[in-house]
Design a binder for this molecule. Structure first.
Ligand code: NAD
Length: 472
């Protein structure tokens, strides 16, 4: 039992609100429902937007130092509740408890770092004739929609800059993982004034209702590219600002000079951490033919040694796939690979109940295979051979996605040259999965629109306002 094994409520205008109906939340390690979350009605969404609009009048004029202090306090609250939140996180999301706790603590660090940022003021003229300054002002009420793979981190990536900037928010977690976010809504009621941060949950109708709602000034969305396109279409009606963080099919390129024992572990976890449900996970692994077999054998050995199971059990390294829909998607890719006689190297056995998939490496499939072309977002990794650097860069870039990528080589200068030719918003050299609150994260091509993180990310929640003052 954790402190949170009880009913879950929304936070609207600083108050607890239950749904008229509920949605079931399943533990992906068993496939069985263990909790219910409110299914927000349209009227309750209207209430949340109205509360956020009312709160905006005061919050926008609250000194930024006070807004930053509140966001720092929110970080303290996450840290103080990290153990209970982590246990709940594991039950709804599936990730092992230690790694779940790292997500809560990482989200707190994010809040702290963003709370240290302030928007700039530019003075373009300060003369006897006139004074011209450009400052940044908040937009209004932000509609924030989060996915299930990093439910707390990716929600806080939105909460921190939006609220520091002076906006208010209505946040919706994924229906697959609403519980930690609802709980955080309750915990933050002592941190933010009523209406500043409203948290609602619901089924498949709620997202479209939100993006079409005229009370929002901006939508900040993280999820799949297909849904992102629908969000942008809906936002166009009243020209809401949008930030979209979408899917990826990230390529990693492994040059022949790497230290195989060193890079194998790093590459493995760069692909399979969180059961490969990471937007910036390595999803296509291109390996120079001279070291292909040696790296494949090392990765397959790691796959066999890693315990896949219930995240609540001691020793589990990788949990289940998070939900049935995603499980079916990954299994369909596996089936397609089997039908096409591709060679599959499976890792350790997995439990039968729940949404478990064995870690699987696909041994040198053709470039046209579905598992290469599509974002799997699950533990099936295509590993492909290359000989020529120009050719592998072309293959890495032959994607509608442009989220991230990695280059592995002892020749760091050559690796940087290759990195610069990769058409993605983030490229790592001899590392992966490293993102920071002070560094912009921007999906190129169909991986996104706009930026999260860094000063650019903060300014996505603001609009420039130029003030011209005559002095003569
Ligand atoms: P999803 O698009 O199915 O859902 C994301 C969120 O959108 C959920 O809260 C969902 O309820 C809501 N939603 C669904 N349909 C909607 C609609 N028509 N209008 C408004 N909201 C709607 O994505 P998912 O399956 O939860 O997440 C996995 C995807 O997210 C992967 O493609 C992954 O790469 C991507 N992702 C991207 C990033 C990034 O920062 N670029 C981070 C994490 C995940």
């Amino acid at each position: 039992m954790t402190a949170f094994d009880r009913d879950y409520v929304m936070t609207i205008g600083g108050k607890s609100v239950s749904g008229d109906a509920t949605i079931e939340v399943a533990n992906p390690a068993t496939g069985e429902a263990f909790a219910a979350a409110p299914d927000c009605t349209r009227a309750q969404l209207d209430d949340a937007v109205a509360a956020a609009r009312a709160a905006f009048k005061t919050w926008r004029n609250t000194p930024i130092a006070d807004r930053q202090a509140a966001v720092r306090k929110a970080a303290d609250v996450l840290i103080a509740n990290a153990d209970d939140l982590a246990r709940l996180f594991t039950r709804e999301q599936g990730r092992p408890v230690d790694a779940a706790k790292q997500e809560i603590l990482g989200a707190a660090q994010w809040l702290q770092a963003v709370a240290a940022m302030s928007p700039p003021v530019h003075v373009s003229e300060d003369s006897g004739a006139q004074y011209i300054e450009t400052r940044y002002v908040p937009l209004g009420v932000v509609c924030a929609i989060a996915p299930w793979n990093f439910p707390v981190t990716l929600a806080m990536w939105k909460v921190a800059p939006a609220l520091v900037a002076g906006n208010t928010m209505v946040l919706k977690p994924s229906p697959f993982t609403p519980l930690c976010t609802l709980k955080i809504g309750e915990l933050f009621r002592d941190v933010f004034p009523p209406g500043v941060l409203n948290i609602i949950s619901g089924g498949d109708d709620l997202g479209p209702w939100m993006t079409a709602h005229p009370g929002f000034a901006k939508i900040s969305f993280t999820g799949s590219t297909a849904t992102g396109k629908r969000v942008m279409e809906s936002a166009a009606k009243d020209l809401k600002r949008v930030t979209l963080e979408l899917g990826g099919n990230d390529a990693a390129i492994v040059m022949p000079d790497v230290d195989l024992d060193d890079v194998a572990q790093k590459i493995f976890f760069g692909a399979f951490f969180n059961t490969a449900q990471i937007c910036v996970a390595t999803k296509r692994l291109y390996v120079h033919e001279d070291v292909y077999d040696a790296l494949r054998d090392r990765l397959a050995a790691i796959a066999r040694s890693v315990k896949v199971g219930d995240g609540a059990e001691q020793g589990t390294v990788l949990g289940p796939v998070q939900n049935k829909r995603q499980f079916d998607r990954v299994m369909a890719l596996m089936e397609d690979a089997r039908k096409n006689n591709l060679t599959l190297l499976h890792g350790a056995d997995v439990p039968e109940a729940g949404y478990f998939v064995p870690v699987t490496i696909v041994d040198n499939p053709p470039e046209s295979a579905r598992v290469v072309q599509e974002e799997a977002f699950g533990p099936i990794l295509p590993m492909l051979k290359f000989k020529d650097v120009d050719d592998v860069i072309d293959r890495a870039n032959a994607s509608d996605y442009g989220l991230a990528g990695a280059v592995w080589s002892k020749d760091v200068n050559q690796a940087i040259e290759i990195a610069r030719r990769i058409e993605t918003g983030t490229v790592w050299v001899n590392q992966n999965l490293n993102l920071r609150p002070d560094t912009p994260f921007a999906g190129h091509k169909q991986s996104g629109f706009g930026v999260e993180n860094g000063m650019e990310g903060l300014l996505e929640y603001m609009a420039p306002q130029a003030i011209y003052v005559a002095r003569t």
